[in-house]
Design a protein. Structure first.
Length: 515
């Protein structure tokens, strides 16, 4: 979870490749029609308000990402931020200022430059509002240029809020919320507790409570189907228009946020590494996000006379939901490759999940689940697989594979990563191989294991299988490079979104091409 460092500046603007190419109309960016220089495939501008006065500086960053038509080291990329504010309404400090960025004497314009730029360009600096004298809404324009030619521009408004020095834009401390033993397919009621430390600021039109979905859509979704709540994509937000203002009091919602746990979620597993945020908003933001309330029950705040939570951050509170036991079962069958010496073909090695739970990907790495392939003697790759890296480092990966015999890890030729397999689904690794020996061999290994993810495998015995060459028994060599040796039920290849595959080439090749 990457919580916002402060409530203000919560929203961000991201430009996708499609948006840039199409005129970036949804966010106001427009690329000149006759641009002859590379345009960014995406851009990120973190200068959304409102900005409160007399608060600590807030870090703002900007980056631009370019595509294949951008030659690293051959272009100069610039970014300019121009403000229609009174002189010194903002103060820009730190970060790249004094180096790759410069601010004018009145702090109404920031210019950044990167010569010999790479295809990803980043700048950052801090922003603060020194006093409340210039509270109001002002225009600003941001431009990206490559070699002096503007390739994208944006014009929006930014708001400065007046705080009197004693006001706080983050008046609530958040308590942690933890639930364990949630059965897959059930709904969990979430009742967070918040402690009001400071009075609500004078601009308060409403107090908003946000509930986020599970990070990376990991198996739990938030809902709050109430008259004053809206679904904003990955968060559900509720606006309380007549909030109590009682510093020193602990509050909780009068109605719960509901988290639906996926029926096929593995367990035990933290399906909800989620968060909630409680903060005041002004009239403009309230109107923009919520408008007129709907019909039905209204979520409000009520006092908690006997609080149970431990209060921490004034920015966010964690919500953790862990499922009860619900294992998956990764499996692979023995494989017997048959063919004459000198034959080249593509083989498909299939791994499966026998359920009952899905496997869920851990996104912060090459992949949650690991496939090991050790070729039998007399079988070699005839070409490098896609996405190859070298060398194979068993001293690293044995840390992630405690269930597996270290000798199997040491002997592996390839390691493949993937994000996950749905219950009843399969995952396929394609290898272009050549048979280099006449003699049969049964010293190859196939293995599929949990890497750094969570959940539990119901049966480790079927995670490892034998990979043979011309062993006695059935086997065939496909004419067109299709499936060979492993026919597993009728399950089609069904992978969870975000599958990641990386094949690491061996630092060795098996000897043994016997004549």
């Amino acid at each position: 979870m990457n919580p916002r460092s402060t409530r203000f500046g919560r929203a961000t603007t991201r430009l996708t490749a499609a948006t840039v190419a199409a005129g970036l109309g949804a966010l106001g960016f427009a690329a000149p029609a006759a641009a002859q220089v590379p345009e960014p495939t995406s851009a990120y501008l973190d200068f959304e308000g409102p900005f409160p006065s007399e608060e600590d500086p807030i870090l703002r960053e900007f980056n631009a990402v370019f595509g294949d038509d951008f030659l690293p080291g051959e272009h100069t990329v610039t970014m300019s931020l121009s403000l229609g504010t009174p002189d010194d309404a903002f103060r820009f400090t730190g970060g790249d200022l004094g180096g790759r960025c410069a601010v004018n004497s009145t702090h109404t314009k920031v210019d950044c430059i990167q010569t010999e730029a790479s295809d990803v360009v980043e700048w950052e600096f801090q922003v603060e509002v020194p006093d409340a004298d210039n509270a109001g809404t002002y225009p600003y324009t941001a431009e990206i240029a490559v070699d002096g030619e503007v390739v994208a521009s944006e014009s929006k408004n930014v708001e400065i809020l007046a705080l009197d020095g004693s006001d706080s834009n983050l008046p609530y401390d958040h308590g942690a919320v933890e639930y364990a033993g949630a059965a897959p397919g059930t709904t969990v009621e979430v009742w967070p507790e918040i402690l009001q430390e400071d009075p609500l600021p004078g601009y308060t039109e409403a107090v908003v409570i946000e509930f986020t979905d599970s990070e990376y859509n990991q198996g739990a979704q938030a809902t709050a189907d109430y008259a004053n709540c809206v679904d904003e994509g990955w968060v559900v937000s509720c606006a309380i228009t007549d909030p109590p203002d009682e510093p020193g009091t602990v509050f909780t919602p009068t109605l719960p946020a509901l988290y639906a746990v996926d029926g096929d979620a593995p367990g035990p597993f933290e399906v909800c590494n989620c968060a909630y945020y409680v903060y005041p908003v002004d009239a403009a933001e309230y109107e923009d996000r919520f408008g007129a309330p709907g019909s039905g029950d209204v979520l409000e705040l009520r006092e908690v006379t006997e609080p149970e939570a431990e209060f921490g951050s004034d920015t966010f509170g964690p919500i953790t939901i862990e499922t009860s036991a619900n294992p998956f079962d990764l499996a692979v069958d023995d494989m017997n490759l048959k063919g004459d010496k000198g034959t080249e073909t593509t083989i498909e090695v299939e791994f499966r999940n026998d359920g009952p739970a899905d496997t869920i990907s851990h996104p912060d790495g090459p992949g949650t689940f690991i496939v090991l392939v050790s070729l039998p003697t007399g079988v070699e790759l005839s070409g490098e697989p896609d996405f190859c890296e070298s060398p194979w480092r068993p001293e690293v990966y044995d840390h992630y594979l405690p269930e597996l015999d270290p000798e199997v890890i040491e002997d592996a030729d390839y390691v493949c990563y993937f994000g996950g397999i749905e219950s009843g689904g399969t995952y396929t690794v394609e290898l272009d191989v050549e048979i280099t020996a006449k003699r049969s061999a049964s010293d190859g290994t196939l293995a599929v294991l949990l890497g750094d993810g969570s959940g539990s495998d119901d049966d480790l015995a079927n995670n490892i299988a034998k990979f043979s060459l011309n062993a006695k028994g059935n086997g065939h060599l496909p004419n067109t490079g299709t499936s060979l040796g492993m026919i597993i039920g009728a399950a089609a290849l069904v992978l969870i979104a975000g599958v990641v595959l990386m094949v690491l080439t061996a630092r060795k090749r098996k000897a043994g091409a016997e004549e």
